[in-house]
Every structure is written in structure tokens, then in C-alpha cells.
Write a protein that binds this ligand. Structure first.
Ligand code: ME8
Length: 640
């Protein structure tokens, strides 16, 4: 291998949400790469962690009524615990609230400033809190909504320090062009090139509108400014190695691969290399952007109650089966759909039939014919062709893993299993044994054992424990040494004896998890976040809202709550609306008031009266208030 150090990272996850299948996916890919790198004896450092600063986190903690640090501690621990339960082999779990990270970011800020890349100016622009990003007006949807997440942006004007991103446009383009594998998959690289060719604006890298962030270094004497959360967050990749503090681990830099989801590619493929250029540090070897997971074809969201909880899935189906499924199911970069059916099919077919069953067949045949003994010394004499085919498949694998072609890797890795299963069907050891061809049968068992050994070594990074069980059944241990001898040097397995054992992948007949309806807790979250669940602008305008004037009002005698109103919304006759406002508004209060009317609701009957619309209002613990207009408006004026 040309590269002896492997530094592998995941994004650091925001602590405004608990971990879900998407986070698990990124982390599992990264864990697989790190385990593979260690198995081939590379000096490996695997980093994950949490991203804890910024307005979004400050708001999330306020919503839950907790001090921000306490809230961040709590959610960060949820990520860390899950990764521990998932046996994620990280070398460091960084938190952006760690003191060495904070020092490192301040140091980077100073160096970039000294290198002439930071200046102070005024900023006015549309800011999306959810994405923690400014967008130019031309990119907004409907003049207001964020082009990435669809949520409303707000106008922010503040004094800000800027990073000279524009200065790096040409160097970035040169880097993408000179390094075809810098951004994977390659289609994503082309997207980035087109974007950068379109021109880069300088980047606002400090904020004064809130407090929850890293302060500028003292020398700047700017107590109001905190460092932009993306500058803070991206720096984690070097501060984790000690940049700006104890630099002992900096020799792991540059990263071999930054694994991320496609949602955050621009930050990683444009800002990050530009920051590194400014810091005069080498650039990462690969930035790998994977696709999006949906559930049964739908986007996952808390409000839909369809978020896949990775812990539940792993508990029900087995952690390693889940790992295999995720990596095998989708081509890297493509979107993937989680369904229990697809997972069950992978377990029963790939793992059960192809892999588990092969081990069982070996145990069965060796037990029956040779009292459990398996020897590999005669393989070349009878099955050289099969062995060559197997070795040719295995030799194709390694480049695939570091180009992140994990689904192809696993597909190719299954070819040796097919070769083994086919050889049994073709040579029919049960007939050979009757013909007295004991050597041939022993050699065939040796071939199967060798294939299983090679496959378990190459599958180890994906399914660490399962493959150790297989190796144990074949009388060897998985470690860098056996990897070297059995994979690289095509060494033979020492003779061993098989024993009967429980099947590794018991067949699963039906779905093990109930498809959940949103539960109370999820419903609460839904209510809380209703105003921030993104919908398209078109969807919003499906509701026809109009200004109207209450031209007549009566009490409905038998009802404590309802008033019967006639509301003029500019049509040829007023609409009759039954409104549940009697507790807060009398007939006199409401008469001649201008109100906001939902005018395209299906008519309903309440206490025997037809109602042809609804008034907008807001209710909290102090009571109910109608929404009215600040200045009089003509009846029928649409509300937008
Ligand atoms: O973006 N499918 O953090 P984040 C696949 N803090 N992957 C998904 C996913 C889905 N449905 N949802 C999330 C941030 N992910 C920043 C990163 S890095 C310097 C700062 C994964 O908590 C995917 O890897 O929003 C995505 O990039 C990441 O979670 C975003 O996590």
C-alpha cells in the first residue's frame, strides 16, 4: 500500500436531534474503512463526534428549557452511547465544546488572519438558521425560503469578519481537476466544479446575533463575535489531531477520507479545502458523499413518525446483519430505502443461504466423511481452476473499499461463495465418496474452507464478530498476520476439525418490528416543530386565506362556545361561519372586526348550522386571540 497512515472521519453530528439510521449509516461506513485499514496493518485514526455550537443548538435547548451546555451534554452522550453499543471503533469522540478544540479553532482563525485571508466588513443577507447558512436573494425560493431545506430564512444584518473564499476559486478548481478522486462519487465532483466555476463570494465567518459559539481569540478584542459554526465544525478534523495544542497526532493529516452525506458536500468540498489552503496544510485525499436514506419510499421525519431507530433495528435483526444490509443495499452516493422486507431478504438470502449454509455444508460433509477433519493440501491438485477464480475475485476487492464502492465490494466478495456452492453441486461429493474418491472430497472440503476463510477475512471489517465466529470454526484467528498469509500470500489453512454448531443466520420469516404509528412523544414533538416542518411553497398556497369583515354576529343559544357569524370576504354574499370563540369574544366585540378567513375548507355542520370557513387565531394559557390586520384591507384580499 502506498498510504501507511489512514485517518478516517465522520461528520460531527448536531446535537439537536437524536441519532437515526442516516447517522448510523455514515458511521458504519467509516467504521468499516477503519477496521479494514487496521486489518491491513495501517496506522489508523478514526474520528467521530458531535457539533454543538450555533444558533440552531441554542434554540433547540431553549425549546426544551435546558441550559445549552447541559442539553448538548445529554444529546452528545446519546450519540456516544449508541456508537459504543454499536461497537464503533473510533479513536476519538470529539465534541466542539472540548477545550482543545476551542483553542485549535482560535489558533486557526489567527493563522488565517495573519495570512491575509480574513477581513472585517458589514453583512446583510438572508440567513437560514436550520442550515446555518446565508443565501443570496437569487437563490431563495419564493423570495424567502431556503433553497436547501425549504424553511423560511430571516434577514440578518451584522458586522462580520469575512474569509476570502473568492481568492481560492482557481486553486480549488485546479485541485478538483488534478485529483479525479478527490470527491466521490465522481458525479458529485462534477457538480462541485460547476458550482465553483459559477463564482465564489467571500464567506461571513463570525456572528454577533447570538452567543453560543467559540469567541474570537483575545487579541482581536471582539467580545461580541462568535465564530461561524461551520468554520468551527470543519476544524474538528484537525483539532482532533491536536492542531493548535498538542500536535503529536498531526502526522495523521491529511485525512484519507472524510465521509459525509450529500447534504453537506459543499461545506466539505469548497470551504474546507479553502480553509486548509489558507492554513497551508495539505488537502484530504477523498471526500466521500453518500446518498439519503428514506423509509418505505418516504423521507424520514419526526412529524411523520417514520424515523428508523437504528438501535431497534439492530436489536431485532442483529447489528452485523444490519451493517451488511446497509452497505450492500445501496451503491455509494445513491439514495437507499429502508424496509424490513429488504433487510430480511438480504439476511435470508445472502447471509443465510450463501454464507451460513456453506459453513453448514462443510461441517456436515467433514463430519460425515472425515470425522470433522479438514485438510487443504490437495486443493491445487483437483480444484486449481476454482481457486484461481476465487483469487482473481479477491484481488479486485481492495481498491474498491477505498474508493467507497462498498456495495460492489460485497457483490464481488460473494462470487467466491457462489463458486464454492456451485462446486459442491457440480462435483457431488456424496457420489464421489461412494466411488471411493476420498482425496477429491477432502480437497473439495479444503477448497470450501479456504474460500470461507478468505471471505471471512475480507468481510471482517463489515461483520467483525460474525467473521470471528466463522474463523474460529475454521481453526484460525482473524488478525493482520493471517490477513497477510491467507489473503496476500495465498497461504493454506492448517488442518482443523469442524464441530456442529447453531446456524449463524437463522431464517427470518416475518417482520420483527411493528410499523409504528406516531407515539405520544412523537406527537408532542410534531406539535412543537409543526412550524418548522418544511413544506413546499405550493403546498402552503393550497390554503386560501382571505381578509374578511364580520358583518353580523349572533349567539348560538344552546352552545357555550359557538358564535354564528356572517363574514364578508368580497364574494356576492357573506360566508356563514360557526366560530368557537364565545368564551373570549362577545357579539359586540366581534362585530365589524376584520379577520383572517380560511376560505377553501370543506363546509361543515356545527350544532345544525352550516359553516363555510374558519377564522385564524392563536391560543395560549392566557386565552384566545383572533388574528386581525394591522391596517384595514379590502374584503377578499388574499393573505400571503
Ligand atoms: O450536518 N440519510 O450534522 P447532522 C443518510 N453538524 N444520511 C443521513 C441522513 C439520511 N436520511 N440524515 C443524516 C451536520 N444523515 C453537521 C456536520 S461536519 C464538520 C458538520 C447523516 O447532524 C449524513 O452523514 O445534520 C449527514 O451528512 C449527516 O448525518 C448530517 O448530520
Amino acid at each position: 500500500m502506498s498510504c501507511h497512515k489512514s485517518y478516517i472521519t465522520t461528520p460531527i453530528y448536531y446535537v439537536n436531534d437524536v441519532p437515526h439510521i442516516g447517522h448510523a449509516y455514515t458511521t458504519i461506513i467509516a467504521d468499516t474503512l477503519a477496521r479494514y485499514a487496521r486489518l491491513i496493518n495501517q496506522d489508523t485514526f478514526f474520528l467521530t463526534g458531535t457539533d454543538e455550537h450555533g444558533q440552531k443548538i441554542e434554540e433547540a435547548s431553549r425549546k426544551r428549557g435546558k441550559p445549552t451546555q447541559e442539553y448538548a451534554d445529554e444529546i452528545s452522550a446519546k450519540f456516544r452511547n449508541l456508537w459504543d453499543q454499536f461497537d464503533i471503533s473510533y479513536d476519538r469522540f470529539i465534541r466542539t465544546t472540548d477545550s482543545d478544540h476551542i483553542k485549535g479553532v482560535q489558533k486557526a482563525f489567527t493563522v488565517m488572519y495573519q495570512n491575509g485571508d480574513i477581513y472585517k466588513d458589514k453583512y446583510r443577507g438572508h440567513y437560514c438558521i436550520s442550515c446555518e447558512t446565508f443565501f443570496p436573494e437569487t437563490q431563495l425560493v419564493g423570495g424567502e425560503f431556503c433553497p436547501d431545506c425549504g424553511k423560511p430564512t430571516s434577514i440578518v444584518e451584522e458586522e462580520s469578519y469575512f474569509f476570502r473564499l473568492s481568492k481560492y476559486q482557481d486553486r480549488l478548481l485546479k485541485w478538483y481537476r488534478d485529483n479525479p478522486n478527490s470527491i466521490l462519487p465522481k458525479s458529485k465532483r462534477n457538480e462541485i466544479i460547476r458550482f465553483v466555476e459559477g463564482g465564489l463570494n467571500d464567506l461571513s465567518i463570525t456572528r454577533t446575533s447570538f452567543d453560543w459559539g467559540i469567541k474570537l481569540p483575545k487579541e482581536f478584542n471582539e467580545p461580541k463575535h462568535v465564530i461561524y459554526v461551520w468554520l468551527d465544525a470543519l476544524m474538528n478534523y484537525i483539532t482532533a489531531l491536536g492542531y493548535g495544542t498538542d500536535e503529536a497526532n498531526m502526522d495523521f493529516w491529511p485525512a484519507r477520507v472524510h465521509l459525509i452525506g450529500k447534504d453537506i458536500l459543499r461545506f466539505h468540498a469548497i470551504y474546507w479545502p479553502a480553509f486548509l489552503m489558507s492554513l497551508e496544510l495539505p488537502l484530504p485525499k477523498h471526500i466521500g458523499a453518500h446518498g439519503w436514506w428514506t423509509r418505505n419510499g418516504e423521507k424520514m421525519s419526526k412529524s411523520k413518525g417514520n424515523v428508523v431507530n437504528p438501535k431497534e433495528v439492530a436489536d431485532a435483526y442483529g447489528l452485523e446483519n444490519f451493517r451488511y444490509f446497509m452497505l450492500r443495499e445501496v451503491p455509494f452516493g445513491g439514495d437507499g430505502d429502508f424496509s424490513q422486507r429488504a433487510l430480511i431478504d438480504r439476511i435470508n438470502s445472502d447471509l443465510g443461504n450463501d454464507l451460513g449454509n456453506l459453513l453448514n455444508r462443510l461441517i456436515g460433509m467433514s463430519g460425515k466423511y472425515f470425522n470433522g477433519l479438514v485438510e487443504s493440501n490437495l486443493i491445487d491438485k483437483f480444484y486449481q481452476k476454482e481457486l484461481d477464480e476465487v483469487n482473481s475475485s479477491i484481488s479486485k476487492l481492495e481498491p474498491m473499499i477505498f474508493e467507497l464502492q462498498l456495495h460492489k465490494y460485497l457483490e464481488e466478495l460473494w462470487r467466491p461463495l457462489t463458486i464454492a456452492n456451485r462446486a459442491i453441486d457440480r462435483y457431488q461429493p456424496w457420489s464421489m465418496i461412494k466411488e471411493g474418491k476420498r482425496d477429491e472430497v477432502m480437497a473439495l472440503n479444503g477448497l470450501i474452507a479456504t474460500i470461507l476463510a478468505k471471505v471471512s477475512l475480507m468481510l471482517h471489517a463489515v461483520m467483525p464478530k460474525t467473521t470471528k465466529i466463522i474463523a474460529n470454526a475454521l481453526g484460525f484467528e482473524i488478525n493482520p498476520k493471517t490477513f497477510q498469509t491467507i489473503i496476500r500470500e495465498d497461504g493454506k489453512l492448517a488442518p482443523f476439525r469442524t464441530q456442529r454448531r447453531e446456524p449463524l443466520f437463522p431464517r427470518i420469516e416475518k417482520e420483527l418490528l411493528e410499523e409504528k404509528k406516531p407515539e405520544i412523544e412523537e406527537r408532542e414533538v410534531k406539535e412543537e416543530s409543526n412550524n418548522i416542518t418544511p413544506i413546499s411553497i405550493d403546498k402552503f398556497f393550497e390554503t386560501s386565506l382571505k381578509i374578511g369583515t364580520v358583518v353580523d354576529a349572533k349567539e348560538i343559544k344552546k352552545s357555550k362556545k359557538l358564535l354564528l357569524l356572517q363574514v364578508d370576504i368580497g364574494e356576492d354574499r357573506p360566508r356563514q361561519i360557526v366560530a368557537g370563540i364565545k368564551e373570549w369574544y362577545s357579539v359586540e366585540d366581534i362585530l365589524n372586526r376584520q379577520v383572517c378567513v380560511v376560505s377553501n375548507l370543506k363546509p361543515a355542520k356545527l350544532m345544525g348550522f352550516k359553516s363555510e370557513g374558519m377564522l385564524l387565531g392563536a391560543k395560549d394559557s392566557s386565552g384566545f386571540s383572533l388574528i386581525t390586520v394591522e391596517k384595514p384591507k379590502a374584503n377578499g384580499t388574499p393573505i400571503r
